[in-house]
Every structure is written in structure tokens, then in C-alpha cells.
Design a binder for this molecule. Structure first.
Ligand SMILES: [Zn+2]
Length: 496
């Protein structure tokens, strides 16, 4: 890592082009990412957005930037109120419970916590102040139903992020459902309290009520990053209306440009359909974590560029698990080797492992500095993994290959820091695999070890037929037994 940060190129949804990341203060980046509305467990579609920005922030830091990373929790929302009413609990108690569950799930997939995780309920004062400025400048109005709306016609730049035109919004209008709005594109900044005590409500110059959805991000980003800041991110589905509305209300309210760069991650798709509740194809992060180590999900996501749609399937997750298993085998080879042999002393595999290891950082950074191209970076990772495992097939590597594999060890450290894969000790990974894969098959480690002990006893008694029968049986369950003079060890085999 050099002293001054490396140049990074990013795709900006606002300009629809890739260009150099130019920040307000050189070397420092303020990042705001829209978090989740917390009323249920997080599914893998959410995980994709959280993970995409986790890797983006990790890489910026790795390349020398000082990052201030803010990701909010939406804890005041109609969906939360409805769910809390169904369960007979208070909305803020419900959201607090799911914020804790979310933190646990994200930790399970190696997503590092943001520097600041603000909640709407803690920022009502900032929200009311910003709405006040918007209204005072003539960009907002209180309607007959006492809700306060943003007046889209007062913003000549409205639509600049999504490319939507106000005329199209009007053309799409059917029956005037909300007749109190001046334009169908107007959106709520403040929602009047209905008097129902189960709704959270706060005082404001427009009466008791709660914030509309969009205003919270504008107010919290401003509180922690200032009127203008560097990078705003979120899922592609947030471009319109959420981010379009954030820009409109922030720029009209503060009189300053809002975020410079807008970054959006693509959808997660299941069988080429967007995952949604109505399709009944939701997979929760915790369901996946019960079956595979969290890094397998990371690896599966990282094989696709963050802006591309990502097709999820059980087969793709299994392939990712197989790939991760190979990565840990390589890591075990690289960190288990000692000795000072020259690369050429171990033939072509020695030369390859040494050369690919030495070239790794330049190639890897080349991919990642170019709009965080993790798909290409994973290609570099698996070139390295293949070369190291090939050298590992040579029995002499353990006692001779230490020096040859030094560049590979440095490469694994970069991979773990930036991508968050291969971050565990190999043995801890193999142990986690055993527990989770067996649990997914309805079996346990204890049961497998009892069968391995029975086989050892059969071998001791020279009952070869029984020992063989047990080995075949274990093999059918994807348990590979490795015999050595000091006893037997075992591993889970993944994939076919
Ligand atoms: Zn937001």
C-alpha cells in the first residue's frame, strides 16, 4: 500500500459513465448507503446489497482511503407499523429486535459494521429541520389531509438520476387516489398522525406525525456527511423513486449539490425472476448460514460484478462452496510450507506458483480499481489457487516450498482483507464445513466419528470386509477418510 491513495474508477448512475473517483477532500471518502427497513429477517437479496458495499468500502480502505461509512436502519415505516400491530407489539420494539437479527446475519457473512448506523427514530429533529427548509423555500406544502408533500414541479432538475420525466408520471396517472396532492409525482415528507396510539408520532410545525420514507436518508446523510458528500449507494430498485426524491428534497432544501457519485448494485434473481415475497421464493440469510459457511455466499456473490443481475440457485451456491474448499486447501498448502528451495528446484509447478503469486497484487488491483470488478478479481484468485494446489500435490512442498510460496501467502492476506474470503484459519473452515454440511444432511460430527472409530476397530481386528463396508458407507455420505500412521482424519467432500 502506498502513502497516497490509488486512483479508482467508478460507474456513476448520475452521469451514466465510468470515471475517476474524485472526492471532496483528497484521500477521504464519505459514503452513505441505504440500509434496510427492519420488520423481518434479512433475505439473500438484501445480503447482496450489504455485501456489495462492504467490499467497495473494504477496497477503498485497503487502497489507502480514509472512509466514513454511514448505513442507516429504517425503524419508522408503514410496513413496520402493520407488522407490529399483527404481532401486538410496539413498532420500535419490533424494529429493535430485527436490527439485532440483521447485525447477527451480516456478521455471519463477514459484512463489517458501518462506522455509523443511524436510526430514523433518533433523527426526527434533523428531519423536521430539513422539511422546514424545504417548505420555507417554496418546495413543499401541507395538503388538506395535513400531510406535507414535496412539490416536484418546483424542481426543474427532478428526474436527473432516473431519467424519468414529470410528463410521463402524469401520463401514468389513473384515478386521483390522493387528490390532495398538487401533482401525482409529489411525495410525502411528513405524514400526519391518525390518532392511533400504535403509530409512532412526534411533534412538528405541521402537527403530530411521522416522516415520509425518503426524507430520512437526506436528513441522516446531511447530519453525518454534510450537505454535499462523495458517494451514495443502494440497490438498483432504489433509483426511482427513493434516490430521485432524496436528490430533489436535499438539493432544494439545502441549496447545495447532494452526492457526487451514485452507485447501484444489481438485483439478485431466482430462476431469472426478481426475488419477492409474493413469489414465495425468499431465502433468509440465516437459513443459508445454517447450511454453509458464510464465505461461500460471499464467494458466490463476488463471482458476478456488483452492477450485474445475480442469478441465485442452490447449484451456484454449491459450486461456490467447492471453490471455497479449494481456496482453503491452497491456503493450507501456502501457510503449511517451510524451507528455502528455489522455485526452479520444484520444476514448472514451483515456477508457476512463485510467478503467479508475485504478479498477483498488480493484477488483482487492476481489476478492483476498475469499478470494483470482483468477477475479474476472482479469476486472479483462482489462477493463484490452482497454481498453489498443483504445487501442493508434490509431497516435497511442505518441507521445501516455504520461500516459493511467500508471494502466495501475501496474496491470501490481500484476498482476505478486500474480499473477505479465505479469512479463516484453514482448520477452522474445514471444521465448520463438517458441522454445517452434516447438519444439512441431518447428521452429526459425533455420529460420523463413532462410525470412523468402528472402522478403526474393525481394522485392528483385521476384519477387512467390515472395515471396507464402513468406508464405502462413509464415502456415500461424502465423508472422506484419510489413513495415516498416526490414525485417521476425515473431511467433508463437497459437490460431485
Ligand atoms: Zn435511503
Amino acid at each position: 500500500m502506498s502513502d497516497s491513495p490509488a486512483p479508482i474508477s467508478v460507474y456513476n448512475t448520475l452521469t451514466r459513465s465510468i470515471g475517476p473517483l474524485v472526492t471532496r477532500v483528497p484521500g477521504e471518502v464519505g459514503v452513505y448507503v441505504c440500509g434496510m427497513t427492519v420488520y423481518d429477517y434479512c433475505h439473500i437479496g438484501h445480503a447482496r446489497a450489504m455485501l456489495a458495499f462492504d467490499v467497495i468500502v473494504r477496497h477503498l480502505r485497503h487502497r489507502g482511503y480514509k472512509v466514513r461509512f454511514v448505513r442507516n436502519h429504517t425503524d419508522v415505516d408503514d410496513k413496520i407499523i402493520v407488522r407490529a400491530r399483527e404481532q401486538g407489539v410496539l413498532p420500535l420494539d419490533l424494529s429493535a429486535r430485527f436490527i439485532a437479527a440483521l447485525d447477527e446475519d451480516l456478521l455471519g457473512v463477514g459484512v463489517r459494521p458501518p462506522d455509523i448506523a443511524p436510526k430514523v427514530s433518533d433523527h426526527i429533529g434533523d428531519i423536521v429541520a430539513l422539511i422546514g427548509e424545504i417548505v420555507a423555500k417554496g418546495h413543499g406544502y401541507q395538503a388538506e389531509n395535513r400531510d406535507v408533500y414535496f412539490a416536484v414541479l418546483t424542481d426543474p432538475e427532478y428526474g436527473k438520476l432516473s431519467g424519468k420525466r414529470l410528463d410521463d408520471l402524469r401520463a401514468g396517472e389513473r384515478v386521483a387516489v390522493e387528490s390532495t396532492k398538487r401533482h401525482p409525482g409529489d411525495f410525502a415528507l411528513w405524514k400526519a398522525w391518525t390518532g392511533d396510539e400504535s403509530e409512532p408520532h412526534w411533534p412538528s410545525p405541521w402537527g403530530e406525525g411521522r416522516p415520509g420514507w425518503h426524507i430520512e436518508c437526506s436528513a441522516m446523510a446531511r447530519h453525518y456527511l454534510g450537505d454535499s458528500f462523495d458517494v451514495h449507494g443502494g440497490g438498483i430498485d432504489l433509483v426511482f423513486p427513493h434516490h430521485e426524491n432524496e436528490i430533489a428534497q436535499s438539493e432544494c432544501g439545502t441549496g447545495h449539490a447532494y452526492a457526487t457519485v451514485w452507485m447501484h448494485n444489481g438485483h439478485l434473481t431466482l430462476d431469472n425472476e426478481k426475488m419477492s415475497k409474493s413469489l414465495g421464493n425468499i431465502r433468509r440469510i440465516r437459513d443459508i448460514l445454517a447450511e454453509v459457511p458464510g464465505e461461500a455466499l460471499r464467494l458466490m456473490f463476488l463471482e458476478t460484478h456488483y452492477r450485474s443481475p445475480l442469478p441465485y440457485s442452490t447449484d451456484r451456491l454449491t459450486s461456490a462452496l467447492v471453490a471455497l474448499d479449494r481456496l482453503y486447501c491452497a491456503k493450507e498448502v501456502a501457510f503449511g510450507a517451510t524451507g528455502e528451495a528455489e522455485p526452479k528446484a520444484m520444476g514448472e509447478p514451483g515456477l508457476d506458483a512463485f510467478d503467479i503469486g508475485r504478479a498477483f497484487s498488480e493484477r488483482f488491483y487492476g481489476a478492483m480499481d476498475n469499478d470494483f470488478n470482483t468477477a475479474e478479481a476472482m479469476g486472479q484468485v483462482f489462477d493463484l489457487v490452482r497454481a498453489v494446489n498443483r504445487l501442493g500435490n508434490d509431497r516435497g512442498t511442505r518441507s521445501k516450498g516455504g520461500r516459493i510460496l511467500a508471494p502466495a501467502r501475501a496474496a491470501f492476506a490481500i484476498i482476505a482483507d478486500v474480499l473477505g474470503v479465505g479469512a479463516m484459519e484453514p482448520q477452522a473452515f474445514f471444521d465448520e464445513m463438517k458441522v454445517k454440511r452434516l447438519a444439512a444432511m441431518g447428521r452429526s460430527v459425533e455420529e460420523v466419528e463413532a462410525r470412523i472409530a468402528a472402522r478403526a476397530a474393525a481394522r485392528l481386528a483385521k476384519d477387512w470386509a467390515e472395515a471396507d463396508r464402513l468406508r464405502v458407507e462413509l464415502d456415500a455420505d461424502n465423508i472422506v477418510v484419510m489413513d495415516s500412521p498416526t490414525g485417521s482424519t476425515w473431511r467433508m467432500r463437497v459437490g460431485e
